[in-house]
Each structure stands twice: as structure tokens, then as C-alpha cells.
Design a protein around this ligand. Structure first.
Ligand SMILES: Cc1cc2nc3c(=O)[nH]c(=O)nc-3n(C[C@H](O)[C@H](O)[C@H](O)COP(=O)(O)O)c2cc1C
Length: 351
């Protein structure tokens, strides 16, 4: 399958442009990380981390969900993602997040975590299509903004039912479906099989977004070519290279591709940590979040896995992490400005 590259798609009358979206990632895509991606550009749509419907609907105590549901006033469009197993609670939660200003309400049917599946939310819904349909019906009746669903290709290798389930959910009012090619059993492993995304694209009227290991221009082009999807969703690749969405969007639009130098990477990484410190009350929380992203980000840098990753991951304070970042980027800048042996001494010391 090969046709034009997608530059935009519509969820009902809502334009998602570029046709590249940032995946929801619990513990990662909070307000601060989404600010990084938005400041770089390339995301036609952002998603919050998944939020427990029980908490939103007030059936469970605690206010953590309010932080998870935060978005900037100019963050448009933004999808607020909820999960759960009870249709009424999901409908109540959907109403609440709609009232908070969600452009889209997204239902999670992909999370493989035991905790979420145990309560029959997330990917467990793929093994219970009747309940999945009931949930979409209840949420659809509760809100007026667009409703979308994110799922996997199936629950298990012998039940890859995404095309059938997605079609049923479309008939109940789901207005776009994102499919991660892995099954729940694959968790984050498995061999790439995007056939169920392609089948779903062929069956549905509403846009289908392709997800799973889209990390750069070639993998994004391949996802579109192999499935005909209306857009691509980028998750872990955005932590490794926050410019990935922008570069993919530029390629889709036939524009020159942004290149990023060491100084810009350092500025973005340190800016992210500063923003985390401003948002989190405690340095410990900010540093924990920073490490999650740095764990991926550093792997995308020359010798980053050796020279920066461990230094950041073992930092006890944000200041230690900042010092490690500065030290590494001093070397990278020297290397980029022609000092080809800049890394030698540090690599020898690390060996
Ligand atoms: C740390 C982490 C947290 C995630 N949290 C969510 C979530 O809250 N909601 C959701 O629908 N998917 C979640 N996912 C799945 C991603 O949205 C995405 O489907 C998956 O990572 C595959 O895309 P990728 O290969 O581009 O990372 C999470 C993935 C990771 C790695």
C-alpha cells in the first residue's frame, strides 16, 4: 500500500494537523513533558496520561488525578484519556473531563498493566467486547465532544480482534481509533505485525491512527505505507528524540527537516528539568520524572548511554543531574565543533 503521506485528519469536525500525535504515557506525558514537545512542534494532538475514571467520578478519594488532567489553556487540541470498567463511572468521568475543557475524550483499551486489567479496564476490555461496547455507548451518551478509543491489535496472539471491535465501537459512536500493533500478551516485545491496523483502516469510516515503534521518519513512513493509517502516534520515540514528531511532520508535509545541535538538546533537557522543579513541590518527584525521560533521551545521544545515562540515573539531587548534563554537553559541543577526540578521555575513564 503506498499513497500520499498524511498531513492532517479530522475527528468529526476537529482538524488534527499535522497527522502526528503524542502518545499518552503514564508517568511521562504530564504537563511538563507535553510542554517540551509542544515548544518543539510537530504534534497535531496531545494526550494526557491515563486517568482512573473512579478517581475522576469521585468514587475514590484523592486529588492526584487533577494534576494528571491539567493542560495549558493554549494546548489545543488535547485529549484527556480515562480508563475503567464500569460504564456509569466512565460516563460520569467523561462528563467531568469534558467540563474541564477536553477537546477529545479518549478511552484506554490498551494498557497491559495487571493493576488496570484486574479492574477490567485497559486491554482487558478487548477480551470483553460486550463490556467495551457498553462503555463506549454510555460515554457517548454522556458527552458532546469527540470520543476516541486507543487499543492494541488484540488481547492475545489467537485473539487479535481489533478490526471487529473497532468497527463495533465506531458503530456506537467512537470517532477515531488508535491501534498499537502489539497484543496485550506482547506487552512491549513481539515481532512487528501491523496487519490488524491495515484491516481496521479498510473496515472503518473514522480515522485509524497507527502506533507502535514509530520513532523517526522511516518508521513513520513505513507505518503509513503498510497500513494506510490516517496518522501516526509516537510514544517512547518522543522521549528518545523529542524532535521526532516535528521531523516526521516536516517529512509528511514535504518540508526541509529540522536538525538539532548539542546546544539545543542541552537547552531543552535542562529546561525540562527546570520546569519539572517548578511544577513538582518536591525535588525528589521532579528528579524521578526527569530520570524516566533522561533514560530514553540519553540513548539517542552520541555515547549518551555510556557517558550520561548512568550519571543522571544515579544523581541524588537535581543539581547533580544538571552538573552531569553540563559536563556531557561540553564534550558533545567540542565534538560537534571539530574536536574529534573530545570523548576519548571520558570514554576511557568509563571503560
Ligand atoms: C511509560 C509508558 C506509559 C504508558 N502509559 C500509557 C497510558 O497512560 N495510556 C495509554 O493509552 N497508553 C500508554 N502507554 C502506551 C503508549 O501510549 C504506546 O501505545 C506504546 O508505548 C507504543 O508506542 P511507542 O512504540 O511509540 O512507544 C504507555 C507506554 C509507556 C512506555
Amino acid at each position: 500500500m503506498s499513497g500520499p503521506l498524511p498531513t492532517a485528519y479530522r475527528v468529526r469536525d476537529l482538524l488534527v494537523s499535522p497527522a502526528v500525535v503524542l502518545a499518552p504515557m503514564e508517568g511521562v506525558t504530564d504537563l511538563t513533558f507535553r510542554r517540551v514537545i509542544r515548544s518543539i512542534g510537530g504534534a497535531g494532538l496531545t494526550y494526557t496520561e491515563f486517568i482512573a475514571s473512579k478517581a475522576v467520578a469521585g468514587a475514590k478519594r484523592g486529588h492526584k488525578w487533577k494534576r494528571m488532567a491539567q493542560f495549558d489553556p493554549d494546548e489545543r487540541p488535547v485529549a484527556l484519556q480515562i480508563y475503567g470498567k464500569d460504564p456509569k463511572t466512565m460516563a460520569d468521568a467523561a462528563r467531568v473531563v469534558q467540563d474541564l475543557g477536553a477537546t477529545i475524550v479518549d478511552i484506554n483499551m490498551g494498557c497491559p498493566s495487571k493493576r488496570v486489567c484486574k479492574s477490567s479496564g485497559g486491554s482487558a476490555l478487548m477480551a470483553d467486547p460486550t463490556l467495551a461496547v457498553e462503555i463506549v455507548r454510555a460515554v457517548r451518551a454522556a458527552i458532546s465532544v469527540p470520543l476516541t478509543v486507543k487499543m492494541r491489535s488484540g488481547f492475545s496472539a489467537d485473539n487479535r480482534n481489533a478490526p471487529e471491535l473497532a468497527w463495533q465501537l465506531q458503530e456506537e459512536g467512537a470517532e477515531a481509533i488508535t491501534i498499537h500493533w502489539r497484543t496485550r500478551e506482547d506487552r512491549y516485545g513481539g515481532a512487528r505485525a501491523v496487519d490488524k491496523i491495515a484491516e481496521t483502516v479498510a473496515r472503518l469510516k473514522v480515522p485509524v491512527i497507527g502506533n507502535g515503534d514509530v520513532i523517526d521518519i522511516p518508521s513513520a513512513v513505513r507505518m503509513v505505507a503498510d497500513t494506510g493509517c490516517a496518522g501516526v502516534m509516537v510514544g517512547r520515540g518522543a522521549m528518545r528524540n523529542p524532535w521526532a514528531l516535528r521531523q516526521i511532520a516536516e517529512h509528511f508535509a514535504g518540508l526541509p527537516i529540522t536538525t538539532v545541535d548539542a546546544a539545543e538538546k542541552e537547552r531543552v533537557l535542562l529546561g525540562f528539568l527546570a520546569n519539572l522543579r517548578a511544577v513538582f513541590n518536591r525535588d525528589k518527584g521532579a528528579l524521578g520524572r526527569f530520570k524516566k525521560v533522561a533514560n530514553h533521551f540519553t540513548r539517542g545521544l552520541p555515547h549518551g548511554a555510556t557517558l550520561l545515562r548512568m550519571a543522571v540515573l544515579t544523581s541524588q539531587t537535581p543539581d547533580q543531574a544538571i552538573a552531569a548534563v553540563r559536563e556531557y554537553f561540553t564534550l558533545l559541543r567540542a565534538y560537534e565543533s571539530g574536536t574529534l577526540h573530545a570523548f576519548d578521555a571520558a570514554l576511557e575513564a568509563a571503560a
